[in-house]
Every structure is written in C-alpha cells, then in structure tokens.
Design a protein around this ligand. Structure first.
Ligand SMILES: [Zn+2]
Length: 74
C-alpha cells in the first residue's frame, strides 16, 4: 500500500512540475487595461484589436513584442 501511495505522490508531483514549467514558459505579463482597452505595458499604446484576437492575453503591442523577443535572442 505505501508503495502505491508513494508512486501516486511522485506522479502527481511530476505532473504539477511539468504544468508549472509549461505555464512559466508560456507566461505573459499581466495586461494593462485602461478604460476597457488593453494597452501595451511597454509603450502604453492601445494594442490592436486584431492582435488581441490572435492572442487574447497579449500584454505588448506587436512592436514591443518583437523587441522583447529579440532581447531574448529568438
Ligand atoms: Zn508597445
């Protein structure tokens, strides 16, 4: 019985860790919403509706997102 419990706990921990890793990798900064509009957290420009449609959790405008991605060497 203890073996099964250990295994279950181990499995649960691994699943939690992988979910956490995934969340961190794909995490977006929190959006800055002003007057019902999502504005870029870097330049405070309202984010294009088309961009929000493609990426509802976008926190940066396309321009700042590109800068951010270049900064991370991608
Ligand atoms: Zn911006």
């Amino acid at each position: 019985m203890p073996d099964i419990l250990d295994h279950a706990t181990d499995l649960e921990m691994r699943q939690r860790q992988s979910a956490l890793d995934k969340a961190l990798k794909h995490s977006e900064p929190e959006q800055d919403i002003r007057d019902g509009m999502v504005v870029c957290i870097d330049c405070a420009t309202p984010i294009q509706p088309a961009r929000l449609k493609a990426k509802p959790n976008a926190a940066r405008c396309i321009h700042c997102q590109q800068i951010e991605e270049q900064r991370h060497g991608r």
